[in-house]
Design a protein around this ligand. Structure first.
Ligand code: AGP
Length: 613
């Protein structure tokens, strides 16, 4: 899940590459590197461990010159995040340079056989076999296109690769195999761009082509051609929208802080034109399934990973309680290997802000092979998930830069709610009166989230009280159980504090042994049918001298008097309470992380888009 960037044109490539990598750093930031080819045919490679800023200053000082280049920001899989393991990697002669996203699963045996041919390796990476394989085929007289084509038949796994060689200046070759993150090619005037994702390209051009599995692109200054297995493929560039304002941090200290604050708007934008309040109807423009297909659905399977899995788990309640369709939510990385008994009667709903998460994509491929209709909930326009699924409900959040998902999660919950309403409507289960009752609370949601955010000072004070704790327990029941898991995940991700999210009913079966004064318990107890059970859980924690922070609906004095700290929430329909309970947990995690001096937007070891297993 590294970021890759390429440029060939009239401008200084190094500056273009560094700007592009800045937009891709969410994919990894263990090391960074560029290779630039100058007009005299000299290749300059600069690379080092660490983040982009220091690297950029170093490269600027060296004045790397040349109008063609490739660059990489790395999330380490094989080999430590060191200078030597940073990309680009080269062949023995230094004439072939490669950057790569993916894992060469058979790199050990390839290294052995290449070593036997006399190739020497510098790094511990799996990637380094790729330039050496290309060198091998060039040595047999192949063109760079043919050498890359042969190379990708030798390497196992899923990959996105960019390669250049001194033997053919002016050309960058790109290849995509499987779902290791995308390659998108941007068309400029007398210049062309390549990147793993749109944010790196959209400041320059909106005319793009996405490389599909198995395709190879030959990108020169004035021409781009495509092939598959050596045969030409025709591809037509498409125009994609871009809002540059959403990419800027503005007056906020961190993107996470900004993105938390943007949630009322993200919800509103996700609802716009879809929740038709005056007509008591839901309209989903890109659902991709006809009336017959919708009627035949007997079951819904929601899949996702991490925060998106928690959104999927919440969506399960919507599917059952709104659309009255049996539903399950599964971890995509587990489900994909289960050979689950599933077919055309099951609607698969994948949740993925990036649309590029490898396990989610693999689960979707598995579902496609089994004939399931599919809808994806995605934030990135044109993400790979949107190309696998029959239909898409985009969350309209703009770019989310912070590695910890916040606004895209809340918008995904909103989108799945809309999808459940739509399914009920199209299957004739929800009449106008019931739909009015389902939509009305949605209309209030942006305002209510705004109200919750106004209490930011309280969340900051709680963070001040608890930021030195080393363990937290988050408890929730029913639809609040996934929120408890998400609260714990957010805290772990950005503050590196150990936190567990538990179904509160499970507490007595083990976790209660952990309760003491040093482990705060965050109890999600908004007003719903399980609120009394949560009150019991809170009392049980208090009886063991635990410290409780309770999230409760305004006016619930009994909870306030039992817990040590109270976070008030507006009165809402229980199905939409997860949006309101999630916000203080995000803000709490953010403030704790800031107090602990953590890198909030780029937490250690993480990457925004996970394109490796
Ligand atoms: C969220 O804070 C995490 N960064 C992570 O769990 C994320 O939700 C997960 O990797 C799934 O990503 P996706 O939504 O792009 O598929």
């Amino acid at each position: 899940m590294c970021g890759i960037m390429g440029y060939v044109g009239e401008r200084e490539a190094a500056a273009v590459l560094i700007d592009g990598l800045r937009a891709l750093e969410y994919r990894g930031y263990d090391s960074v590197g560029i290779a630039v080819l100058d007009d005299a045919g000299e290749m300059a490679i600069h690379k080092r461990a660490g983040k982009l800023n220091a690297f950029a200053a170093e490269v600027a000082a060296r004045e790397a010159s040349g109008r063609q280049g490739i660059g990489h920001t790395r999330w380490a899989t094989h080999g430590a995040p060191s200078d030597i393991n940073a990309h680009p990697h080269t062949d023995c002669s230094g004439k072939v340079v490669v950057i790569h996203n993916g894992i060469v699963e058979n790199f050990v045996e390839l290294k052995q056989s290449l070593r036997a041919e006399g190739h020497n390796f510098q790094s511990d990476t799996d990637t380094e076999v790729i330039p050496h394989l290309i060198e091998h085929y060039l040595g047999e007289g192949a063109s760079i296109d043919a050498a890359v084509r042969e190379t990708i038949t030798r390497i196992s796994g899923a990959h996105a690769i960019l390669a250049m060689t001194l033997a053919e200046p002016g050309v960058i070759i790109a290849a995509r195999i499987g779902n290791a993150g995308g390659v998108v090619i941007g068309y400029g005037h007398g210049e062309n761009y390549l990147a793993s994702d749109l944010p790196a390209i959209l400041p320059h051009t909106r005319r793009v082509v996405f490389l599909e599995d198995g395709e190879v692109a030959r990108v020169a200054r004035g021409a781009v051609t495509f092939s598959r297995d050596g045969r030409t493929v025709d591809k037509v560039p498409q125009d994609v929208p871009y809002d540059p304002v959403s990419a800027a941090k503005g007056s906020y200290k961190h993107f996470m802080q900004k993105e938390i604050a943007e949630q009322p708007e993200a919800i509103l934008d996700t609802l716009r034109g879809r929740a038709l309040f005056s007509e008591s109807r839901v309209s989903l423009e890109d659902i991709g399934l006809d009336a017959d297909q919708l009627r035949q659905i007997r079951r819904v399977l929601l899949v996702g990973m991490g925060t998106s899995l928690h959104g999927a788990m919440i969506g399960r309640y919507f599917m059952e309680q709104i659309a009255r369709i049996p539903a399950e939510a599964e971890n995509a990385s587990e489900w994909r290997y289960r050979d689950s008994i599933i077919g055309p009667e099951t609607l698969v709903v994948s949740v993925s802000q990036s649309g590029e998460t490898v396990d989610t994509l693999a689960a979707m491929e598995e579902a496609r092979l089994k004939g399931c209709p599919q809808v994806t909930i995605c934030n990135v326009v044109g993400g790979q998930a949107t190309r696998i699924a029959d239909g898409v409900v985009y969350t309209r959040c703009g770019l989310e830069i912070g590695v910890a998902s916040t606004k895209t999660y809340v918008a995904a919950i909103t989108a799945v709610y809309l999808l459940a309403c739509y399914l009920g409507q199209e299957r004739g289960l929800i009449d106008r009166e019931r739909m009015a009752g389902l939509l009305q609370p949605l209309a209030q949601l942006p305002f209510q989230t705004g109200e919750v955010m106004k209490r930011n000072g309280e969340y900051e004070r709680l963070a001040q009280e608890f930021f030195r704790c080393n363990n937290f327990l988050f408890l929730g029941r029913g639809i609040q159980y996934p929120v408890a898991m998400e609260g714990a995940l957010k805290l772990k991700e950005v503050s590196y504090i150990h936190a567990e999210g538990y179904a509160a009913g499970e507490m007595k079966h083990g976790p209660i042994a952990l309760i003491d004064r040093d482990m705060p318990v965050i109890a999600l107890a908004p007003r719903d049918q399980l609120r009394d059970k949560m009150l019991s859980n809170i009392q049980q924690v208090k009886a063991r001298e635990g410290t409780v922070v309770a999230l409760a609906t305004a006016g619930d004095q009994e909870i306030a008097e039992t817990a040590d700290h109270i976070v008030w929430l507006p009165e809402a329909t229980p199905l939409l309470n997860p949006v309101l309970t999630s916000l203080p947990l995000q803000a709490f995690a953010y403030h704790v992380a800031v107090r602990r001096g953590c890198d909030v937007d780029q937490p250690r070891n993480l990457a925004k888009t996970v394109t490796v297993e």
